[in-house]
Write a protein that binds this ligand. Structure first.
Ligand code: MG
Length: 378
């Protein structure tokens, strides 16, 4: 009886192995991960890093040349998953707060990284906020587990890499000469993002239009205050080939935003006004769509839930970023086949990237076949 059970078990495994190597396109025996892992605790490391920006970056609320960052590494059985927290100064989190949070994370009690839900429930439960800190852990865990499985996350999730959207390239507020220069640098991109919210808005758009006819998405970063003026701008921007506008009014002006969404010829996308999963249902009463960022929501696990919920509420979805290395960008890109628009150019805005990751080909995100989030350290 025992022998028969063993036989059935091994026969089943063999049959499964033949089916996998024989029938799934792109899957050979070499890609089947049969490695036996040792039971051992996970280990987490982190260190501060400063992202250097290629251009002085100006949006409606501030200007800067660097962005503070924390790099994380999660290791198990000699395999390392990479993550990061990008910390632009207008958000609450700092290198200190992220370091403090990560110091509290005791992953040594976990000996099986595949129990991702349990591990992330523990990490998310350690505090109320700290979303960028949590994202730096979430990204490293996804990278690690994807590497252990031997597949990229877009494949594990069953997404079609052909369905990645075009990604926009951001043009910061600047003098017409610099704006023209930036637009020329961005020749490869099929959609540009323009930062508005100052008295130079029309000049910015006209300057871009004097150099190129590609579609534009606009982001006012809460820079407009009057809803009637915002509606007039939306009509004018539509005539200029703008496809949507992000956060035109302050996030607290909910009634005015809802009014604008009802009357605007352009979709109104919430960014500053939509941070986490809990914000999605209320946002459906205010905006046409949401801009999801890993640093705002706590990582890939939360971002995926937000996409599902937003779709159920019939909303548009874009995935955005901060200035980041290719680590967090490549992580977000794994989800990009699920969204309408991607704004994943943060790695292209820095001069000291640490990873080789997602490429942009003809303006479109190209996912690679590397396991995990698809990066290798430079
Ligand atoms: Mg924005």
């Amino acid at each position: 009886m025992e022998k028969r059970r063993t036989f059935i078990k091994s026969a089943g495994l063999t049959a499964g192995a033949i089916a996998i190597s024989g029938w799934i396109p792109g899957c050979s025996e070499n890609t089947i991960n049969t490695k036996k892992w040792n039971e051992m605790p996970l280990s987490l490391r982190f260190k501060p890093f400063e992202l250097k920006l290629k251009h002085v970056f100006t949006i409606a609320t501030n200007s800067r040349t660097t962005t503070p960052d924390i790099l994380t590494e999660l290791e198990w059985n000699g395999v390392i998953g990479y993550g990061e927290a990008s910390l632009p100064p207008y958000l609450k989190e700092t290198q200190e707060s992220v370091s403090q949070f990560l110091s509290k994370v005791d992953v040594s009690k976990f000996i099986n990284p595949f129990l991702m839900e349990d591990i992330q429930d523990y990490v998310d439960g350690l505090s109320e906020g700290d979303y960028a800190a949590k994202a730096s852990f979430d990204i490293a865990l996804h990278d690690l587990v994807g590497k252990l499985i031997g597949q990229p996350w877009h494949k594990i999730w069953g997404l079609n890499p052909e369905k990645t959207p075009v990604t926009c390239f951001t043009i910061g507020i600047d003098t017409p000469e610099v704006v023209k220069e930036k637009v020329k640098e961005a020749e490869e991109f099929k959609i540009l993002k323009v930062k508005l919210g100052r008295d130079t808005d029309r000049e910015m758009v006209e300057t871009i239009r004097s150099v190129t006819g590609v579609p534009i998405c606009a982001d006012a970063n809460q820079g407009w205050t009057d809803r009637q003026m915002a509606l007039e701008m939306c009509h004018w921007l539509k005539e200029k080939g703008v496809v949507f506008i992000e956060q035109p009014l302050p996030k607290t002006a909910k009634e005015d935003l809802a009014w604008l969404t009802q009357n605007s010829p352009l979709p109104i996308i919430g960014d500053e006004g939509v941070q986490t999963l809990e914000d999605v249902v209320p946002a459906s009463q205010i905006y046409s769509g949401i801009n999801i960022k890993l640093m705002k929501c706590g990582g890939l696990r939360a971002a995926r839930k937000m996409i599902t919920l937003a779709r159920a509420l019939n909303m548009k979805v874009m995935i955005g970023c901060m200035t980041e290395t290719s680590c967090a960008i490549a992580a977000a890109a794994q989800l990009s086949p699920l969204v309408d628009w991607a704004d994943l150019d943060g790695n292209l805005l820095i001069s000291n990237d640490l990873f080789d990751g997602t490429k942009v080909t003809d303006g479109k995100i190209t996912l690679n076949d590397r396991p995990g989030i698809g990066i290798i350290p430079l």
